[in-house]
Design a protein around this ligand. Structure first.
Ligand code: 5CU
Length: 383
């Protein structure tokens, strides 16, 4: 099988054993609550507010590399770029976060470097996104030191980060040296949500985690990315490679409205170098959207940014746009989250995302193979 037709999962998480030990030792959220039920261990993970039923059951699929490989084999996934899961180091003091980031980055490097070889290639089956100690009070030099560490770890190809930065969000100028260093090192930044939006928006009904996960997570990503655009981060760091979780949330749908609001706002109108829609074409989007129409729409919107290259929309045949946009989209699973409620061989969440890629109107073999894995090979410099 040619490398270009491999299936690569770029949105897949791990809670490394060292991190799990910390969560087990804690008495407040985030934590792993260890108890027994019917004489068997019954570990529960509590990371989100108001976890239903005392937290969700966790087991080796959250931390064990063999379980990750078994999951990959079961779904035909050749290679995964694994990231630590939320809430990362957000709840720690600056010195604790710094020490743990350095340790977890080494742990993840080992987790990947000791993974099986990808057949008929010189690649391994696991690569990773490292962690930065992005917490209030951290020094710039600590952040730069960690970026330097990650850039020297050959299996780590980027970093995962949440939306809080070092306390003031991602539009904080204090992060400029971080963007500069990440851009220079060629590390991909995977922007992933954790906090959602104000829970008052969800009302009083018990809807489990549906509203925070389906809407809160993507809205958080939408807001964080919009703030990055408005702060001119992509004007100052044009080669920064930002990968958005959950297909960029609502940003593709709202980008023309955003452009119009900017144009009509005296504070912001002349701040940016480009029309707001142009910046979407500089971003990468996971294909964790579960439907072909949504994937096709994201591809169209992303490609349309090319039309704003000259500041002037130009015509582009729809088929060309869809092909162009597909190059910025990458398959993901969100494993170990979204397991099936009833035991099945394959996970519905994975099957749906694969079927969605396969059914996008206008995507031929080349586009599908790109989204399934070819785009990841290029983005992460694996070929
Ligand atoms: O189901 C969930 O809570 C999550 C989560 O916390 N993080 C994530 O990446 N996906 C789903």
């Amino acid at each position: 099988m040619a490398l270009a037709s491999k299936l690569i999962d770029i949105h897949t998480h791990v809670y490394l054993p060292r991190y799990c030990s910390l969560l087990r030792s804690r008495t407040s959220v985030p934590r792993i609550l260890t108890s027994t039920r019917d004489g068997k261990p019954d570990d529960r993970l509590l990371i989100l507010d108001h976890e239903p039923s005392g937290g969700r059951p966790v087991g080796p699929q959250y931390w064990d590399r063999d379980e990750k490989i078994k999951f990959m084999d079961r779904h035909g996934i050749d290679l995964s770029v694994v990231s630590s899961a939320n809430p990362w180091l957000d709840f720690l003091s600056a010195p604790e976060a710094k020490t743990l980031a350095l340790e977890l980055n080494e742990d993840l490097e080992q987790y990947c470097s000791e993974s099986p070889q990808l057949s008929s290639s010189s690649l391994k089956r696991l690569y990773g996104f490292g962690l930065l100690p992005l917490v209030p009070g951290i020094s710039t030099s600590s952040l730069l030191e960690t970026i330097d560490q990650i850039s020297k770890l050959s299996y780590l190809k980027g970093i995962i980060m949440g939306s809080r930065g070092i306390g003031k969000g991602l539009d904080d100028e204090a992060l400029d040296p971080v963007w500069a260093a990440l851009e220079k090192a060629g590390l991909v930044v995977f922007l992933h949500p954790h906090y959602g939006v104000d829970e008052k928006a969800w009302g009083d009904k018990d809807n489990g985690h549906v509203l925070p996960l389906a809407l809160g997570f993507p809205f958080e990503t939408t807001i964080a990315t919009t703030r990055l655009i408005l702060a001119g981060v992509f004007d100052r760091f044009p080669s920064l490679r930002l990968l958005l979780a959950h297909s960029g949330g609502a940003l593709p749908q709202l980008s023309s409205r955003l452009a119009s609001c900017i144009d009509h706002d005296p504070v912001v109108a002349s701040r940016l170098k480009h029309d707001a829609r142009w910046y979407l074409g500089k971003l990468y989007f996971d294909a964790v959207a579960y439907g072909p129409e949504e994937l096709g729409f994201v591809a169209d919107v992303v490609a349309r940014s090319e039309r704003f290259e000259s500041g002037r929309p130009a015509n582009m045949p729809p088929t060309v746009a869809r092909t162009l946009g597909s190059k910025r989209m990458l398959f993901g699973t969100d494993h170990p989250f979204f397991p099936p409620l009833q035991s099945t061989e394959k996970w519905k969440s994975v099957v749906e995302n694969l079927q969605a890629i396969d059914s996008v109107a206008g995507w031929g073999q080349a586009e599908k193979e790109g989204v399934r894995g070819g785009n990841a090979l290029s983005l992460f410099n694996l070929i």
